[in-house]
Design a protein around this ligand. Structure first.
Ligand code: SAH
Ligand code: F3S
Length: 481
């Protein structure tokens, strides 16, 4: 009995302490894809309602959250190093709590609590609405885990708190999860089955962003072309939907039209497109709305049919070329970027050359290139031996990167001498006297500030370039301003 009273007293003392302490401070760090950065904004919104203010200072945090990535081994190693740093801070602040969110949380589950002693809480990407309960658990001195994946959760009803925002560009998530099952990829395991968000909630979020001064949104999904709203539920259950649901369903080109028409001056981008799912309809929609940017991130991963098949990428090299041709025909000045993986199991020298020749054909504007990293639990890890020596992977990766740099320079040079509409995002990293913005093709443009301001649409005459940046001079506001 005495013990119970004692605990109750301690409990109330704790509440009093919380009350007099004012708002608690949340420090949140994000790694990996844009979706993770977007999810952190949802988490900050959920916790704002619980009385947490965000802070940029780790040392003053009561709660430290790290939103993690599992896509390659290195991403996980980086997070584990950060946890060591948090541990050092916690030595001076024992009451500080640490939570791991995102893909590592989902992949490793409660194993993380054993491996990383500093971690109090493990929360998977579909469980963020449970954070208030989980935080109560850890406040009471228990560890807390929720890694349940959902069939429906899209966080469509949560207005994200914009973190580290430039006030001009924002991410808006439209789908969650992925059903594609590329054999190298951990995402279907960590983010679950694919589901789409209600288009009305997407349009509402975009309109609110416009009302708050934002000028550009990037619609996010692992595979945006696969977007399909039929009233909620998993993409794979669409066949079970009623005739009415099917008749009123909205696909990705339908969503693009809705967003483009709802906010005709808002710039619209989207990422990521999967070649096997991208339809002509989407390309035509891009062409018919001037506020949809002329840029497609279209990862291919390899130029070899044999490797594409082993990766379970459901298109051939020839089909990819056909898609590129269609894009070039319908949107002649469309920028295209790639993701490539060097050294996938079984990749021969000829397969690698096929990748280089595919790149030579497309001449991508940008690229994101990686050495293959085997991920536990994936089909590739289970069925294929990681047989390409590390030196070979690195050499092939280097060749891919060098070729990409050549193509990037060629592409940026094509802009020199022309005038482009640029949306100003902020001050250039390299010079306080220059603005940094992007053209429709997503290439960075820098130019002298004069009297222009972030959020302005400006016509910039491009005078010079590097492989990644266009350098120019503003010649006036654009029509869109
Ligand atoms: N559809 C997703 C892809 C996520 S992963 C999107 O929205 O971007 C991003 C990129 O990481 C992939 O396109 C692929 O090039 C790379 N990648 C994924 N798994 C990998 C692995 N096991 N090893 C190396 N690179 C990988
Ligand atoms: Fe991964 Fe392929 Fe989906 S790369 S996220 S399984 S499209």
């Amino acid at each position: 009995m005495e013990k119970v009273i004692d605990e109750a007293l301690q409990g109330s003392a704790l509440v009093l302490e919380t009350d007099t302490r004012g708002p608690r401070k949340l420090y949140i760090e994000s790694y990996g894809c844009q979706m993770n950065f977007s999810d952190s904004e949802i988490v900050a919104s959920i916790l704002a309602r619980e009385g947490f203010d965000t802070t940029q200072e780790l040392e003053e945090a009561d709660l430290v959250l790290v939103n993690t990535c599992s896509i390659r081994e290195k991403a996980e190693t980086t997070v584990r190093k950060r946890l060591e740093k948090f541990n050092a801070v916690k030595k001076n602040k024992p009451q500080m709590k640490v939570g791991v969110l995102g893909c590592m949380a989902e992949r490793l589950k409660s194993q993380l609590l054993e491996e990383e002693k500093i971690v109090d809480m493990v929360v998977g990407p579909d469980a963020y609405k449970d954070l208030p309960n989980l935080i109560r658990e850890i406040d009471d001195g228990r560890q807390a885990v929720n890694v349940i994946l959902s069939k429906e959760e899209t966080y469509g009803d949560i207005a994200p708190v914009r973190l580290n925002s430039n006030g001009v560009t924002a991410f808006v998530s439209i789908t969650r999860g992925c059903d594609n099952m590329c054999t190298f990829c951990v995402v279907p395991f960590t983010r679950g089955r694919e589901r789409s968000r209600d288009p009305l909630s997407i349009v509402k979020e975009v309109s609110e962003l416009w009302d708050n001064g934002f000028k550009e949104v990037t619609l996010l999904g692992q595979n945006v072309d696969s977007y399909l709203w039929y009233g909620g539920g998993l993409k794979k259950d669409y066949e079970k939907a009623s005739e009415v649901q099917k008749a009123t369903s909205v696909n990705f080109s339908g969503l693009l039209k809705m967003v483009a028409e709802a906010q005709p001056r808002m710039r619209i981008r989207f990422s990521t497109s999967n070649p096997q799912d991208m339809t002509l309809d989407v390309i035509e929609t891009m062409a018919s709305y001037s506020n949809i940017c002329n840029y497609i991130h279209l990862p291919v991963q390899s130029g070899s049919d044999k490797i594409l098949k082993r990766m379970n990428r459901l298109h051939t090299r020839a089909e990819y070329f056909e898609l590129i041709e269609n894009i070039r025909a319908i949107i002649p000045d469309c920028a295209i970027s790639q993701d490539m993986i060097a050294g996938f199991p079984g990749e021969s020298e000829q397969d690698h050359k096929d990748t280089l020749s595919l790149m030579e054909y497309v001449k991508y504007d940008f690229g994101f290139m990686f050495a293959y990293s085997e991920r536990p639990g994936t089909m590739a890890a289970r069925k294929l031996e990681d047989d390409i020596p590390q030196e070979t992977k690195i050499r092939r990766l280097r060749e891919i990167i060098e070729l990409q740099q050549k193509h990037s320079l060629l592409r940026t040079r094509q802009h020199v001498g022309k005038t482009a509409e640029v949306l100003i995002e902020g001050t250039s990293k390299k010079s306080d006297e220059h603005w940094m913005g992007r053209n429709s093709q997503n290439t960075v443009v820098v130019f002298p500030k004069e009297d222009y301001q972030p959020g302005d649409f400006v016509n910039v005459h491009i005078q010079d370039c590097t492989s990644a940046t266009l350098i120019g001079k503003a010649v006036g506001y654009s029509e869109n301003n």
